[in-house]
Design a protein around this ligand. Sequence first.
Ligand SMILES: Cc1ncc(COP(=O)(O)O)c(C=O)c1O
Length: 440
Amino acid sequence: MRRTIFNAQSVRLTYGIREMVELAARVGALDPHFILIGENIGDPVAKGWETPRFVKRIVADLVAARGSQVFGYTHSRGRLATREWVADHSRRYAPQSRLDCEHVIFANGLGGAISVFYRMLKPGARIIQPCPGYPAHSSTESFAAGAATIGYRLDPDNCWRPDLEHLERQVRRYPQIAGILLINPNNPTGAVYDEATLAAIVRLAERYRLMLISDEVYFRLVYNGARFVHLTELAAGRVPLVVMRGVSKDVPWPGARCGWLEFHNTDLDADFARFFESIKRPLLLEVCATTLPQTALPLIYDHPEYQPWLERYTANLARNANAIAAILGRTAGVRVHPIQGAFYMMALFAEKALKRHQTLKIARESVRAFIRQSLERRAMPLDKQFAYYLLAATGICVVPASDFGSPYPGFRVTTLERNPVRRDRVYRYLANAIHRYLAS
Ligand SMILES: Cc1ncc(COP(=O)(O)O)c(C=O)c1O
């Protein structure tokens, strides 16, 4: 090339969840008997959670309707009637919210919204990320900043709540921090934050004049006695707040690629208001986000069958998560916390349990050689080495905790396996593999 086009910053864009899938494909190509057991991806549809029939009916009726509106472009910031619904919906849960539909922005999936959001930050302004965290946020933020992630610890000994002292220390240490990201309910830990924790974070943001960004894509998926506290209510009139939501997990319709941003309290800070205005510009250039899901969205969430369906869905998620926590909780060498929301669980290895020499027996020579080579090529974190051996020896695909920037070695599983017999078999098999690996 006359001019170099490779951007070396691109290495900051990593997504361990998909990397494990690529590894599985390589192993599958070497071993025709390999069967993948995907405990890594948060797609309820792929895990057999049928999209409810009334949702399919709504979509079919929209497609069959006279006129072809759902096939056309819509407003670049999102269909007006749906943005009005979002603003109204926000006030239903948080009466103090003064969200206006003009401050709601639709994008192609929440992933698309996340990408636009970090891209538009002024260079040098940083958003502190939870550790462990969700790579779409941490990677995109780090890429936009051209620098390593600045993180705050989530505390496994305190139900995975944010370590507020560490968060404040980091905010003081890095004056470039302009905002705090919260993921609630949390991916990858399954934690749901209590009111006291959220109130303390609002106070911190107020004290240091920071904005809050709250990824709430799982806010309807809360169980095991937890209650979702709306940050919109706590932050009203106090702190600039961006709420992030979407239809991927609670319809569930991940293929819709439909997510949105709500900019709350724009009147509190002129810079925040200008930042919001600036986000409209790239959206104009993208023309618009998916029209059909935006049209269906209010009809789905307001449908009389939605709430009863959601109750069955979350009850099933709770049952699954608790069964998995029980099996992993009995496994020597790892610890887990029962989860309260979303559908992820983080298992952590006991301190110093992992060693470089540990292995699992891999039957096929070519796979064995490939895994050994892959591990030798890079100095892998020890939990990643475990995940590689686990995949090659058992077919079980988990995501190493280090891929979420976790300071503690472990792995994340999704708690979406629908069939109870299969679920228990897979997790007993996993527990057995952990035992063999640690003893090797
Ligand atoms: C915390 C979190 N935010 C955002 C997303 C992206 O969602 P979407 O499918 O709307 O892009 C995910 C997907 O797994 C997620 O876990």
